[in-house]
Design a protein around this ligand. Structure first.
Ligand code: NAD
Ligand code: ZN
Length: 260
C-alpha cells in the first residue's frame, strides 16, 4: 500500500534534520504550478514548439529565428509575470531555517530568487532569462531594458556597446553550460549528504549527473516528481506528488519536529 504524504514528508524532514549539507535540485516540474509549462508532460512545451527551432546554431545564423525568439519571450510573461509557488517558498523557508546548502536549478525563470533564496545560493545550470548577453563583447543587459526596446518596436536586438548579437543569457540547445557554475554545482553535489530532487525528469545532461555525483559520494537521495525517473530505485524516499503540496508538507513536518 502506498504510504501517505505526511509519512513520506516526515521521513524527508528527519533526513534534513540528520544532514549537514542539503542540496536541492530543481527542474521545470517545480514551476508548472506557477503556470510555466515543462517540456515533457502532456501539454508541455514540446507539444507546441519544435526543439530544432531553438538551437544555438540557428539563433546565431538566422535573424528570423532571433526575431521569433525575442517576440516569444516578450509575449510569454515568463520573465516578468510568473510568481513563485508553495514549492519555491518551501525551499526559501529551508534556507531561512539554516538548512540549505544551495539550490542547483535547471530553470531559467528566476522563481527561486523571487521566493527569497539569495542569488549566491542558487546555481543556475542553464542560465537565466533575466538578462541578455552580447555574443561578441559579453556585456549583459537586464531584461527590463530589453523589454523596453522590444515594446518600442525593435525586433532584432544588438548590443548597445558593440552592435554584436544579443542572446538571452539562458543556455540554448547545442550550447555548452556555463563552466564555472557547472563546476561549482558538481562540487556541491559531491560534497552534500542529502540531495533532494524536485520536479525533474532527470534526462537532460550534464544536469542529470548531479544526483549521480551525490549518490556516488554517499549522499542520500530524495525524489519528489510526478512521473518516474531512472533514479527512483536509488531514492531513500520517493514522493510521487505535486511539488507544492509535497514541499509544503516537508516544511510543516520539519517545523513540527524542530519546535517540539
Ligand atoms: P522536464 O520537462 O523534462 O521534466 C519535468 C518533470 O517534472 C517531469 O518528470 C514531470 O513529471 C514533473 N512535474 C511536472 N509538474 C510537476 C509538479 N507540479 N510537481 C512535481 N513534478 C512535476 O524538465 P527538466 O527535467 O527540468 O528538463 C527540461 C529542461 O527544460 C531543463 O533544462 C530546463 O532548463 C528547461 N525548462 C525550464 C523551464 C523553467 O525555467 N521554468 C520550463 C521548461 C523547461
Ligand atoms: Zn557587445
Amino acid at each position: 500500500m502506498a504510504e501517505s504524504l505526511d509519512i513520506l514528508a516526515g521521513r524527508v524532514a528527519e533526513l534534513i534534520i540528520g544532514a549537514e549539507r542539503v542540496v536541492v535540485f530543481t527542474g521545470a516540474g517545480i514551476s508548472t504550478e506557477s503556470g510555466i509549462p515543462d517540456f515533457r508532460s502532456p501539454g508541455g512545451i514540446w507539444e507546441r514548439f519544435d526543439p530544432d527551432d531553438f538551437t544555438y546554431q540557428k539563433f546565431v545564423r538566422n535573424p528570423e529565428t532571433r526575431r521569433k525568439q525575442w517576440l516569444v519571450l516578450r509575449d510569454s510573461g515568463l520573465v516578468t509575470e510568473a510568481m513563485p509557488n508553495p514549492a519555491h517558498c518551501a525551499i526559501a523557508e529551508l534556507y531561512k531555517m539554516g538548512r540549505l546548502d544551495c539550490v542547483i536549478t535547471q530553470n531559467i525563470d528566476n522563481l527561486h530568487q523571487k521566493a527569497g533564496v539569495p542569488a549566491d545560493k542558487i546555481l543556475e545550470l542553464h542560465g537565466t532569462m533575466q538578462r541578455a548577453v552580447c555574443l561578441d563583447c559579453g556585456q549583459r543587459y537586464p531584461f527590463a531594458r530589453i523589454k523596453t526596446r522590444l515594446d518600442g518596436g525593435e525586433e532584432l536586438l544588438d548590443c548597445e556597446a558593440c552592435h554584436g548579437i544579443l542572446k538571452p543569457d539562458a543556455v540554448l540547445f547545442g550550447e555548452s553550460l556555463p563552466e564555472a557554475v557547472l563546476k561549482e554545482a558538481s562540487l556541491r553535489a559531491t560534497n552534500c549528504d542529502l540531495f533532494i530532487v524536485v520536479g525533474s525528469s532527470l534526462v537532460i545532461y550534464p544536469a542529470a549527473y548531479m544526483p549521480q555525483y551525490a549518490i556516488e559520494s554517499g549522499a542520500k537521495l530524495v525524489i519528489i516528481n510526478l512521473s518516474p525517473t531512472h533514479l527512483d530505485k536509488k531514492a531513500v524516499v520517493l514522493i510521487r506528488a505535486k511539488a507544492g503540496e509535497a514541499m509544503s508538507q516537508v516544511i510543516a513536518e520539519l517545523s513540527q519536529r524542530l519546535n517540539r
